[in-house]
Design a protein around this ligand. Structure first.
Ligand code: SF4
Length: 373
């Protein structure tokens, strides 16, 4: 692994979304959101379970109606991951899902209505230990702020967020996190920077409506990459017009790239050229699919020839360097006598990676047991 200075995280308070800690140095939680009809309980549960399989920490479910609140009750009983209910305007829905064990309410107190409604939601959240997420979005900024600033600006998003924060402050409620999302990368980044200086609560990061799989991933990586590398951000969601499972994978890939949080395999592969001695692209694609279940953090380098292969293999958990008919194999930076047959590369490498992951998991368990004694 390459050495690098660790990122100093912004200091914040901590909340708990169900059992998942958010803020105050806790691992940055990766979230996603279901896109099934919440009233379709079976489809929504199936999607949440698919998200659980790729390691999601928290899932948001929109609850637009009382029927959806009833469905939420049944969904909640069938999944393990903490659930956030996304609610707009109707405070009664918030009270209802609180009864059904919701782990966090995504509701903006300034949009609930009169003081007694706000109070009833906040008192309920306090009684049941349910945190709130304030979510400001550049696309739905209050009309008066749009008029004041002319367009969504970082100051406008900040002012909008602080209106909701001030309401919770006034009610002595501090168990909340805040997001100031925008589809424009620079608008979102600057808004989060301003907000990070104003409050001590955890921040939920996202570039909203970022786009499809490719463009949305790029925008999110740039925006969240800037913020995370400055230590800003305690939980994140990648908003893609794609399968929510992809949002989780991209979220972990961003954290992995910044070496903030490792989960699963970090593949290092060359772009290939005429020097490649085996099918690098086919190998990487096949292994990425086959090894989705591996959660052990590992660096695996798959390099087509000796130009860059040995150098990358030296700093990888396992590495392959393309050779004529047979390719060189490295473990923990040490060249092994064993070589892979280029034709059998995928199967042989998969077996090696699985065996190494099992060994690393076992060593970790031994260390933990020792420390607990
Ligand atoms: S490592 Fe070798 S095969 Fe891969 S891109 Fe570089 S020169 Fe080409």
């Amino acid at each position: 692994m390459h050495n690098q200075a660790p990122i100093t995280r912004r200091k914040s308070t901590r909340i708990y979304v169900g059992k998942v800690p958010v803020g105050d140095g806790a691992p940055i939680a990766v979230q996603s959101m279901t896109n099934t009809r919440t009233t379709d309980v079976a489809a929504t549960v199936a999607q949440i379970k698919a998200l659980e399989r790729v390691g999601v920490d928290i899932v948001r479910v929109s609850v637009p109606t009382m029927d959806a609140a009833e469905a939420f009750k049944h969904i909640k009983q069938q999944v393990n991951v903490p659930l956030v209910a996304d609610i707009h305007f109707d405070y009664r829905i918030a009270l209802q899902v609180a009864e059904y064990g919701v782990d966090c309410l995504r509701i903006n107190p300034g949009n609930i209505g009169n003081e007694s409604r706000i109070r009833s939601v906040v008192d309920c959240a306090r009684d049941k230990n349910i945190p709130i997420r304030i979510g400001v979005n550049g696309g739905s900024l209050e009309k008066d702020l749009q008029e004041k600033y002319g367009e969504p600006t970082p100051q406008a998003l900040l002012e909008s967020a602080m209106r909701h924060v001030d309401i919770l402050d006034r009610l002595n409620f501090d168990q909340f996190k805040v997001s100031v999302k925008a589809s424009d990368v620079f608008l979102a980044v600057e808004s989060y920077r301003l907000l990070a200086k104003q409050i001590v609560q955890p921040l939920h990061l996202g570039i909203t409506e970022a786009g499809g799989m490719r463009s949305g991933s790029v925008k999110s990586a740039i925006g969240l990459g800037l913020l995370l590398s400055e230590g800003i951000g305690d939980t994140l969601r990648i908003s893609l017009a794609a399968d929510p499972v992809e949002e989780v994978k991209v979220g972990f890939d961003i954290l992995k790239s910044l070496r903030i949080r490792s989960r699963g395999i970090n593949f290092i592969a060359c772009p290939t050229c005429s020097r490649q001695e085996f099918d690098v692209i086919g190998t990487v694609n096949a292994l990425e699919q086959r090894l989705e279940d591996i959660i052990t953090p590992m660096d695996i380098s798959i390099i087509g020839c000796v130009v860059n292969g040995p150098g990358e293999a030296l700093v990888s958990t396992l590495g392959v360097t393309g050779g004529h008919n047979k390719s060189g194999f490295y473990e923990d930076g040490v060249r092994q006598r064993e070589r892979f047959d280029n034709e059998l590369m995928i199967d042989q490498l998969e077996a090696k990676i699985r065996a190494k992951a099992a060994l690393m998991d076992q060593s970790k368990r031994i260390v933990i047991n020792h420390l607990e004694k």
